[in-house]
Ligand binder design. Structure first.
Ligand code: 4BW
Length: 148
């Protein structure tokens, strides 16, 4: 049996994503109207490459990463550091961010994680409740195969 068949036939695909989620209290994030220097500070302090962008109602609006910020201040001859305070997160972020409802199955999160390092998890009102990371997905699969 192939790995994919084993996964499909096993209960691992039925696990609800909430069980594996990094809860919102432990997720570094920024808000739409934050200046870029604040976003860069959060990214550097947290150590993450990219983090979610939320609005004031805690809804997911996009994601922002160090590379995007650095690209946005790249001038022709120098890094234009003054732009860090002039631009806001919403000017630079990408709105392409994978998201799933909290009651979706692990299988869907697994599929999204092929192309995305994290997936934002939302409740029924579309409020952000946490992240599903590639790490938590791989850890579950590893646990499953270590047992069998
Ligand atoms: O600060 C860190 N702590 C730990 N425990 N692991 C870290 C840290 N920074 C990076 N890592 C490891 C993780 O295994 O490097 C991987 C890639 O990190 P990234 O993408 O490029 O910053 C991490 O893999 P992961 O846990 O599967 O996380 C995938 C991506 O999800 C991260 C980051 O963009 C996002 N992320 C994860 N936890 C987060 C978070 N964003 C905000 N807050 C969190 N708590």
């Amino acid at each position: 049996m192939t790995l994919l068949q084993t996964l499909k036939n096993s209960q691992v695909m039925d696990n609800e994503i909430q069980e594996l989620m990094v809860p919102h209290e432990r997720v570094a994030h920024v808000q739409l109207k934050n200046p870029l220097d604040h976003a860069l500070l959060v990214l550097i302090k947290s150590g993450y490459t990219a983090i979610p962008v939320l609005d004031t109602d805690y809804k997911v609006c996009g994601q922002i990463g160090k590379a995007q910020i650095l690209d946005s201040i790249l001038g022709i001859e120098r890094m234009e550091m003054e732009r860090l305070h002039d631009y806001k997160v919403e000017d630079v972020m990408t709105t392409k961010v994978p998201r799933l409802n909290k009651d979706e199955t692990f299988g869907k999160a697994l599929m999204l994680s092929i192309n995305h390092p994290f997936v934002c998890i939302e409740d029924d009102d579309k409020a952000f409740i946490g992240l599903m990371t590639r790490r938590s997905i791989l850890a579950l699969i590893h646990r499953y195969f270590s047992k069998s």
